[in-house]
Design a protein around this ligand. Structure first.
Ligand SMILES: [Ca+2]
Ligand SMILES: [Ca+2]
Length: 236
């Protein structure tokens, strides 16, 4: 099980946007061994530090290897994001250095324990059986395939839930009361019809075509159309 940590210095657009930016910069291998590689941006000074095995290079290019752990730092050396013991991600021989950051997606395919920071985070699990705890502040939690157990913590949190057939998202602390910044919000797969009903103390939402969302401890009439909110336009 991987342990994933989103740290407070991550810019507002999130870690994937940060990596997207990194991938457009001029980067070079700063440190290299068979088990450990640091890639640095000549533009921003940001770093991706990866640990794994069998890393190879040729004329300044990374040519192969398997990543299991990753640390991403900004140009000031602040740690933005860490993955320990992720699903091994094998680098393709033609993977350019700039694409290294995208190993993050494979590293998080499995069962992960994911924690946000005390700041506003954009946290996600990338499939598997994940436990996501976003921590305090207003967070965005994203989950699609697999079994996700999500806790927003303090603040007005936004759950972007896109479960496929057979997938389930369980929100442990959905607050459906208060309006505005007093409560949490949900977004389901766009336009898909759904059926919502109470089962025990929980509110179940069955999405047409597959996918289940369970809001623990939520009941009618507290839950309704007013609890839905579209994702921020620049999120995807
Ligand atoms: Ca995962
Ligand atoms: Ca947080």
């Amino acid at each position: 099980m991987a342990r994933v940590k989103f740290n407070p210095a991550i810019p507002d657009a999130g870690i994937l946007a940060f990596i997207g930016e990194f991938s457009t910069e001029t980067v070079f291998i700063d440190e290299f061994s068979k088990k450990h590689v640091t890639v640095t941006s000549a533009d921003s000074g940001a770093e991706i530090v990866v640990t794994g095995k069998n890393f190879t290079r040729k004329q300044g290019d990374l040519t192969g290897g398997t990543v299991t752990d990753m640390i991403i730092k900004d140009g000031n050396g602040a740690i933005l994001f860490t993955i320990e013991n992720g699903t091994p991600s094998k680098l393709a021989k033609d993977t350019p250095l700039e694409g290294l950051g995208y190993a993050i997606i494979e590293l998080m395919q499995g069962n992960d324990k994911i924690s946000g920071s005390f700041e506003s985070d954009i946290v996600f699990g990338f499939g598997g059986k994940d436990r996501i705890i976003a921590g305090q502040s207003d967070d965005i939690l994203i989950f699609s395939e697999g079994l996700g157990t999500l806790t927003g913590g303090l603040g007005s949190d936004h759950f972007i839930l896109l479960p496929n057939k057979g997938s389930k998202s369980i929100v442990t602390d959905f607050d459906a009361i208060g309006g505005g910044a007093e409560q949490d919000y949900v977004f389901l797969r766009d336009g898909a019809p759904y059926e919502a009903f109470e089962r025990g103390n929980d509110l179940w939402i069955k999405i047409d075509g597959g996918g289940t969302v369970i809001l623990k401890g939520v009941e009618f009439p507290d839950f309704g159309q007013e609890d839905f909110r579209d994702p921020p336009p620049d999120l995807f």
